[in-house]
Design a protein around this ligand. Structure first.
Ligand SMILES: Nc1ncnc2c1ncn2[C@@H]1O[C@H](COP(=O)(O)OP(=O)(O)OP(=O)(O)O)[C@@H](O)[C@H]1O
Length: 572
């Protein structure tokens, strides 16, 4: 492109510019030529055209050259781009080479590890037979150990069984010792409370006391005789006239009476004396009805509350444990709710103790026929089934009767069905459906305990019945404590010994008249009596205490003002 300027190329491509330049060219070159040489117009034009063509050719040449230069430039650019691509390619290749080197190293490492693993595998394979030998040895050792463990467990079980037997034996021994101690202490406690001699009354005394057997004084008639109430030496008494057809000799009668008069307990009706002439037994009088009267609703007073019932259960149990104490124990043999009588303070006492000692079965049958008294099936329900089958009377016979009494205290059911009904209710888990709610709202835990205790006592077989002293008494004691702790009491039942709305404190009652004292006097024995009662006692020639039967130190009586005012205040 040397010699061709860009302006010239642009002139050729701009028509206006070229026309102007051709105009200037005609003015500057052609006109002087026409003037000077005088050549024709056509020749000039041809020359101009040739010049124009030459110029055009020169221009096209310049254009080609310019284009070639452009192409060269483009080629240079392309070459440079290629170079940069090439450089990038080299860089990438280098990177790839690095990666390849690294992968090669990795491969080397993996190969090395693989070789190592192969070596280890080889070693393990070499050790395999030894390990298999060891496993089999261990397996046998394990078997042996298992057998030894089984033997040891069996030995342990045998030892445990032996230990349990020994524990039971130890417990039984402890219980026997406790029972013995308990019975001894019960006996001692009870004996301390009681006098040990009874009176021997004459037949005249009996006639006088019963106003010659006034029918209005007759309380009732049982299989073993007729019972009258009366007053002897200003003391209310109940006289049981035994069958006159009895086969017992006077000495036998007196011996049995002497024996029974020594049996004293706060929850046994006291045998105060006897009359051998008329074969009668004189008991303390209990005028507050029997447990049967209260349970059957025959009593005028309100129903017994559940708390009172638990106390009664405890009192009866206490008397039975006392009776059964010692080897030649006394068995009641005829315990039923109508044999449990109440004193003025609603303290329960078992009556008719040892009556079978006075009357033989023959005498009884004769008496029953004579008195036209039929054996009541309802009362026989309380009899020990083994006794009915001919076994001897035993303490377990009383346990059976006591169990039924417990069930009667709990459930409003007749004696004939109470055992079956309570058992069904306990098994069905609906004991509350048969509870006697006239006793108030029984705490279910206590009711449940009482039901179970009653049912256990009523087991058919004697061997299955619990021992009263060691098994029953502790449960009843706990129940008593629970009932004392319990804030709940019957809502329907009021205190049992009531006069109007108030309980009569026991020390307000005269021990002789069993009535609230109007004029209390203290005697030399320390007891307070109603003036008339104690004066009558002393005036009739007695020099002994009506309570203890011991000789009084003096016969003076001192008014008990403190008690008098207390009674006055209570009455108001
Ligand atoms: N010490 C007593 N004080 C008050 N009442 C008594 C006393 N002893 C017995 N009775 C009452 O005398 C009645 C006759 O009692 P008894 O024991 O002779 O016969 P039973 O209990 O009816 O039947 P059985 O003796 O034939 O089993 C009964 O109502 C009884 O409550």
């Amino acid at each position: 492109m040397a010699g061709v300027r860009k302006e010239d190329v642009s002139l050729l491509y701009s028509p206006n510019k070229s026309r102007n330049s051709s105009n200037s060219l005609s003015a500057t070159i052609l006109e002087p030529m026409m003037k000077m040489e005088g050549t024709t117009h056509d020749k000039l034009e041809h020359a101009i055209i040739d010049a124009e063509i030459s110029k055009k050719k020169a221009f096209e040449e310049s254009l080609r050259r310019w284009r070639a230069e452009e192409d060269a430039m483009e080629a240079i650019y392309t070459a440079e781009a290629s170079k940069s691509l090439y450089m990038e390619e080299i860089y990438r290749r280098k990177e790839m080479e690095d990666v390849l080197v690294r992968q090669g190293q990795e491969l080397e490492r993996t190969k090395y590890q693989h070789d190592q693993l192969l070596k280890e595998l080889q070693m393990i394979q070499d050790q395999k037979p030894a390990l298999e030998r060891q496993i089999s040895e261990n397996f046998h050792a394990e078997k042996e150990l298992e057998e030894k463990i089984i033997q040891a467990v069996e030995l342990l079980i045998r030892f445990k069984e032996r230990r349990d037997v020994l524990l039971i034996e130890r417990d039984n021994t402890i219980k026997r010792v406790h029972a013995h101690q308990f019975r001894k202490s019960v006996k001692e406690d009870a004996s301390r409370l009681c006098i040990s001699h009874s009176f021997d009354f004459s037949f005249l005394d009996i006639i006088e006391a019963t106003k010659n057997f006034d029918p209005s004084l007759k309380i009732g008639e049982g299989r073993f005789g007729t019972v009258y109430k009366g007053i002897i030496h200003h003391t209310k008494i109940a006289i049981k006239m035994l069958p006159s057809c009895g086969s017992q000799s006077d000495s036998e009668f007196n011996r049995e009476a002497e024996l029974l008069s020594r049996v004293r307990h706060p929850n046994l009706v006291t045998l105060m004396g006897t009359c051998s002439e008329s074969r009668s037994l004189i008991y303390e009088y209990l005028g507050n009805g029997s447990l049967e009267d209260h349970l059957a609703g025959h009593s005028k007073s309100r129903a017994l509350s559940w708390k009172t019932r638990i106390r009664i259960a405890r009192e009866i149990c206490s008397a039975l444990v006392f009776l059964h104490a010692e080897l030649n124990c006394i068995v009641h043999g005829n315990l039923r709710p109508d044999k449990v009588l109440f004193d003025a303070n609603l303290v329960s006492k078992i009556s008719d103790l040892g009556i079978h000692l006075f009357v033989s079965q023959n005498d009884c049958e004769k008496s029953t026929q004579k008195l036209h008294i039929k054996n009541d099936l309802e009362t026989d329900i309380y009899l020990d089934p083994e006794l009915i089958e001919g076994a001897e009377l035993s303490p377990e016979s009383d346990t059976y009767s006591f169990g039924l009494v417990l069930l009667r205290l709990l459930a409003a059911r007749p004696a004939s069905s109470v055992h079956r009904d309570v058992k069904c209710a306990v098994e069905a888990g609906n004991l509350d459906s048969i509870l006697d709610y006239s006793a108030g709202n029984w705490p279910l835990e206590l009711a449940d305990q009482l039901a179970h205790l009653g049912l256990r006592c009523c087991e058919e077989k004697r061997v299955n019945r619990p021992d009263l002293a060691t098994k029953v008494w502790p449960v009843i004691e706990t129940m008593k404590d629970m009932s004392n702790l319990s804030g709940m009491d019957s809502t329907s039942s009021c205190p049992d010994t009531t006069r109007g709305q108030h309980r009569v404190p026991s020390h307000f009652l005269c021990p002789i008249f069993q009535e609230v004292m109007k004029d209390p006097y203290i005697a030399a024995d320390g007891f307070t009596y109603e003036a008339d009662a104690i004066k009558g006692w002393l005036n009739s020639g007695h020099k002994t205490s009506p309570m203890t039967n011991l000789e009084l130190e003096h016969l003076d009586l001192i008014p008990n003002y403190a008690l008098y005012y207390a009674i006055q205040e209570w009455q108001q």
